[in-house]
Design a protein around this ligand. Sequence first.
Ligand code: PEP
Length: 255
Amino acid sequence: MRVPLVAGNWKMNTTVIEAEELVYDILDTLDRIKGVEKVLCPPFVSLAAINMMLQGSSIKLGAQNMHFETKGAYTGEISPLMLRELCEFVILGHSERRWYFGETGEMINKKLNAALTHGLKPILCVGERLEENETGRTEEIVRKQVRTALNDIKLTPDLVVAYEPVWAIGTGKAASSKQAAATIKLIRSILAELWNKDIAQNLRILYGGSVTSNNIAEFISQPEIDGALVGGASLKAEEFLNIVTQTAEIKGKPV
Ligand code: PEP
């Protein structure tokens, strides 16, 4: 039984005060929505303040990135030991990190290993770019990203995967729900090859890329899709609450 998960990736948006205001606006309603795991991923600098605000609620916290070392001379980086005092989840391999900051598959593999070693639940993002999609290379790219990220990683129920076609992120041009479901099915079959069928069947695979309250129902109605990683729409209180509410109505399970 896969409990649906909706995560809000706030990216590099909101000051600490703005982040607190956004949490204040959604906290009570979001807390009351049952049947969906709800995760907020604000910028690093807001994690401590939001961690305090979420105490005693059903809402979980995630970071947007992480270094793979536990400590040391890595100016500007944040380690798994720092994060695990504050949050439960960490987004890894987001396409903005791969393409703007040169993160390689090998780095993402090390990060994934470090997250799991230190008790953080990774949300691993994979997805093809537009030209790869248009030239029929989606399967090849996604297969390579998943296999490289999970190389030598032990079977774990804590992993969440997000299929995020790069061309759909922040563009307002979401994938079709059928297309997303087909790639997610492929990802599940790769996980079954790597680990085993039972664990693959129980892992959650999300869709991400221009999800809004207008299209979430289509995505979440697909049996293969276990939730959403939401960027832009997670910064608008009503919109995010609406997305989570619809997810609960369509696919909510006892958490
Ligand atoms: C994301 O940042 O992971 C994302 C899916 O963004 P958006 O919803 O804005 O496309």
